[in-house]
Design a protein around this ligand. Sequence first.
Ligand code: SF4
Ligand code: SF4
Length: 378
Amino acid sequence: MSDPDGVAAIFAEEAQKAGFHRVGFASVEPWERHEVYRRWLASGYAGEMEYMVADEAVRRDPRSLLKGARTLVTVALSYAHPDPAPATGTPRAFIARYARGADYHMVMKTRLHRLAEAAAARLGRPIATRACVDTAPLLEREAAHRSGLGFLAKNTLIIAPGLGSYLLLGELLTDAVATHQAPATPRCGQCRACLDACPTGAFVDAYTLDARRCISYLTIEARGAIPRDLRPLVEDMVFGCDRCQEVCPFNAAAPDGGPLLAPLPGHERPPLTELLAMGAARFRKFVRRTALRRVHRAQLLRNVAVALGNVGTPAELDALAAAFAEPSPLVRAHVAWAIGRLGERHPAASARAIVLLTARRSIEEDPSVLAEIDQALA
Ligand code: SF4
Ligand code: SF4
C-alpha cells in the first residue's frame, strides 16, 4: 500500500516519543485465523470468560471497531524488570510482573491518545482513530503478528525479537493510510521449554492453551472455587503466573522495560500474611491504579489462602485461622483447605490444624465451607 504522506514514519517516530518500545502496521482485513479462535472458544477453553464468546463475531473484523479504518497501528510496551531474589523468612506472594506497576490500561491509553494527536498534528489534518487496549474486542495478538511487531509463539504470547515477551500490546485503528509491514516470522523452532514448564499442564498443544487450567485464569478470571486438584500446583502465585515466559530463551536478555511500568513499592513479593490480613480499605489502596483491580478482595484472599497452604509454615496457621472470620464463604472454604494442606505438609503441625478445623466446624454454617473442613479433616 502506498504511503505518500509518510504516515508510517510519522507514527513510528511519535510512538517512540510516547514511550512505546515497538510499533507495527497492518491491514484491517478480517483475520484469516478467526476460525482458529472460534474453534478454541467452542472447545470450552475460555472457561468463564463469557465476554469472549459474546464478542466473537465482532472480533472477526477490526473494521467493526472504527468506520472507515484503513490501518491498524500496533504498539508494545515492555514491562521486563528484574525479579527480586526470593526472600527468606516469611512466605511471600508471587504477583505476575505486568501487575506489579501502574495499571497498563491507563498508561497505554494515555499514550495511544497522545500518539494519535501528535500524528494528526504532524500530518496537518484530522484523522479518525480508535485506541484499543485489551478491553476492546480485537484479536490483539493476531494484530501484533500481522503487523510485524512480533511473532505468535508456542506459549500463545507475542515475542518481539530483541525485546522478548514481557510486553503489553495496544492498538490504534485509524483511517490514515500507512505502509503495512510483513507479518512476523515464527521463531520458536524445536524449542518447547514453555510447554514443559507449565505447572498445571495448561497447554493442550503448542499454540493452544486451555485457560481453565492456567494459573493466570484461575487466580484472576475465575470467580468461584479453584479446583481442588489444581490448588497445590498454584504454589505461591496469587495473581497470574509468568512461568512460561521465565523459561523462554527470548526473555533471557530482555532489556529493562524502563520506568513506565516499573514495580510499585510493596508489590513485588508482599508477605502472604500481610495480604491475608488486609481489610477492605487497605485492599482498595493496594490495588488502586494497578492491574490488580481486576480481582475482588474475596478472590485475592482465596488465592492468598491457597498460597499459604502451599508454601506457608506452621507459624502461619493462626493467621489462616483468623481468616475464618471473613464473611465470604469462598475465602473460608479455601482457608479450610489451606489449613489442611499445611498440616499435611508439616506433620508436626497436623494436631494444631485439626484443632483449628474442628473448632471452626462447630460454628460454621455454610455448606461449602463445611464440606471443605470435612475433606481437610479426612
Ligand atoms: S501462565 Fe503459568 S499456568 Fe498459564 S500457561 Fe503459562 S506457565 Fe502455564
Ligand atoms: S519457550 Fe521456546 S517454544 Fe516457548 S515461546 Fe519461548 S521460544 Fe517459543
